[in-house]
Design a protein around this ligand. Structure first.
Ligand SMILES: [Zn+2]
Length: 133
């Protein structure tokens, strides 16, 4: 794949815009579907399926009906607390890996103090609650 070069054509102001949409969604300021549609439009416009944004990346996975599904992935390394500010106040964003014999899964979390995305172990019950919300 020659993907790495393609990312460079996405201007910084567009990356900043995508970052703001994703974080506005994580803060609960805009709806999930609104964020996914907006991010998918930008990715399609640039002919790419994923865009790295510092500590996380957004990835287009598929269309669900007419809704594009965008996943937000934190970095590979799993942290107990936010690696940027040390806060343990977080919100569930996405399940990265299910651990079948554990009460935990590896998830991407959103730091409620500094707005960083990172990976941590999250209770499976928290995941279910988040998806029903
Ligand atoms: Zn933080």
């Amino acid at each position: 794949m020659s993907g790495a070069k393609v990312y460079e054509i996405v201007p910084q102001e567009v990356r900043d815009l995508v970052d703001r949409w994703v974080k506005n969604f994580a803060w609960g300021l805009i709806r999930h579907n609104t964020m996914m549609r907006a991010v998918a439009t930008v990715l399609k416009l640039h002919g790419i399926k994923r865009l790295p944004l510092g500590r996380y990346e957004v990835v287009y996975t598929c269309d669900f009906g007419d809704l594009p599904i965008i996943h937000i992935h934190g970095r590979e390394r799993v942290s107990e607390a936010c690696p940027a500010c040390g806060s343990s106040a977080w919100r569930y964003i996405h399940t990265e890996r299910e651990l079948p014999f554990s009460r935990y899964d590896i998830i991407t979390a959103f730091c409620l103090d500094c707005g960083c995305f990172y990976r941590k172990f999250g209770w499976k019950v928290e995941e279910r609650d988040a998806e029903q919300a």
